[in-house]
Design a protein around this ligand. Structure first.
Ligand code: GUN
Length: 295
């Protein structure tokens, strides 16, 4: 048996078309252009690539893109002032502060300065709390992307055993909330969990977000399970080259799973498009218009 390969690229392209169409309508009917601000501090090469791709996608969809680039030495006060200025700018509907920030900056204080209505990464305590209450408009992008893929490839997940490995604010915690809201039986595992292989073998849906290359082995996977790999790890491929791998041993897992996301071309493809969707939601909410729904 070989698993169905979940085509995140194709799903992302379809959602992107929907967003572009709604954006064109917003502009022609209401004269509103969704605005996304990206804030990049320092010059971490991976962060530079992520932010560049986000800006390019925003522009291609028809959004206004505002970019603030600050040196790694920027003071906490200066960064807070920039985030607050974007919060006060009515042409900016979404603000993304690329993480991680350089070590001398207080990440929590920066998030506290973000207007929750513009928090398109859903990292503020307000949006995290609204998600837990089942009342969130803005939900972290990658977990939404995962739920869209599950909806498309699995359908109803009520009663299924879901295991989320990883408990980050950006992914693991919101992903568990969304799975729970969809009536899955959710287990959260992490680096201190005992017997991860045993927990994994029970999972109908296994979601790996631990940031360790090929950590989850093929013989941890229950036969027919759906494997969602959120990891993006760059590893040495010999001859001075590198390649991207996920948190799951893809070849091993593919022999056992019912369906699996590849890396690249799986979950990652959905993340940026979901960020655009959040920006569209934020623009509609700030103008008291009906909210588009992706889920
Ligand atoms: N760093 C890595 N991924 C992300 C993301 O999705 N949002 C932000 N703000 N920072 C990140």
């Amino acid at each position: 048996m070989s698993a169905v390969v979940i085509d995140g690229k194709a799903s992302a392209a379809r959602l992107r078309e929907k967003i572009a169409a709604r954006t064109a309508e917003l502009k022609s009917v209401h004269g509103i252009v969704p605005g996304l601000a990206t804030v990049l501090v320092g010059n971490d090469p991976a962060s530079e690539v992520y932010v560049r791709n986000k800006r390019k996608t925003a522009e291609a969809i028809g959004f206004k893109s505002v970019h603030v680039e600050l040196p790694a030495t920027v003071s906490q006060d200066e960064l807070l002032a920039q985030v607050k200025a974007l919060g006060a700018d009515p042409t900016v509907h979404g603000i993304l502060v690329q993480l991680p920030l350089p070590g001398h900056l207080d990440e929590a204080a920066v998030l506290d300065a973000l207007d929750p209505a513009k928090d398109v990464d859903a990292l503020t305590p307000t949006n995290a709390g609204l998600l837990m209450s089942g009342r969130a408009h803005l939900v972290s992008c990658t977990p939404v992307g995962v739920m869209l893929l599950l909806k498309e490839y699995v359908g109803d997940i009520a009663g299924k055993e879901a295991l989320v490995i990883g408990r980050s604010l950006l992914f693991g915690k919101p992903a568990a909330q969304l799975l729970l809201a969809a009536n899955a039986t959710v287990t959260m595992a992490h680096s201190r969990s005992r017997d991860l292989p045993g927990l994994a073998r029970r999972a109908d849906i296994l979601v790996a977000a631990i940031g360790k290359p090929e950590f989850v082995k093929g013989d941890w996977i229950k036969s027919g399970a759906v494997v969602i790999d959120v990891g993006i790890n760059r590893v040495n491929a010999g001859e001075g080259k590198t390649r991207l791998v996920g948190d799951v041993d893809y070849e091993g897992a593919k022999k056992v799973a019912g369906a699996i996301t590849p890396v690249p071309g799986g979950v990652g493809a959905m993340t940026i498009v979901c960020l655009m969707h959040n920006t569209l939601i934020a623009a509609c909410a700030q103008n008291r218009l009906p909210l588009p729904s992706a889920l």
